[in-house]
Design a protein around this ligand. Sequence first.
Ligand code: COA
Length: 135
Amino acid sequence: MLTLVKNKDIYFEYIRTLRLHPENTSGFIEQVFITPAQQQTYMEEHGHKFYIALYQKKPAGYIGVIDDDIRICTDPNFKRKGIAGFMLDNLAVLHPNARAKVLRQNAASNNLFLKCGYYKYNEDELFNYYKRAGK
Ligand SMILES: CC(C)(COP(=O)(O)OP(=O)(O)OC[C@H]1O[C@@H](n2cnc3c(N)ncnc32)[C@H](O)[C@@H]1OP(=O)(O)O)[C@@H](O)C(=O)NCCC(=O)NCCS
């Protein structure tokens, strides 16, 4: 069973680990290392903008919206099981105006947004830009 819960401090380090996982980093725009201390500081400011997907009560991914910009990541142990789709479906209710800026080379993420009710409203050399249909 899947649920989406608000982020809290017990998940701060989990989010950092997923964000830095070698299978995930290339999908993100910024290739940075984040220390636990930096994560703590960042989460104190933005942590309330994140949600955690729980699969049978275990964390399986996260989604966050900052200034209407979506960041999403699935735990490598749970990929291709519909976790990201579930998070985006829930986000559509919580943040209907949220958008995504996705690296053109990130096939998984581009497919994900197209599959989950988003459309490409712009593009440039590096990125595709998505928002929800009707927004
Ligand atoms: C992109 C990402 C969040 C998808 O997570 P996921 O939980 O595995 O995705 P889902 O199982 O919900 O898949 C939904 C759809 O997305 C697309 N998709 C997901 N992974 C894909 C892959 N590896 N290749 C191609 N399409 C993919 C498919 O259309 C899929 O539907 P299908 O399984 O019916 O074909 C995950 O690969 C990830 O965390 N990537 C690294 C971080 C990242 O790139 N974040 C996005 C930054 S904008």
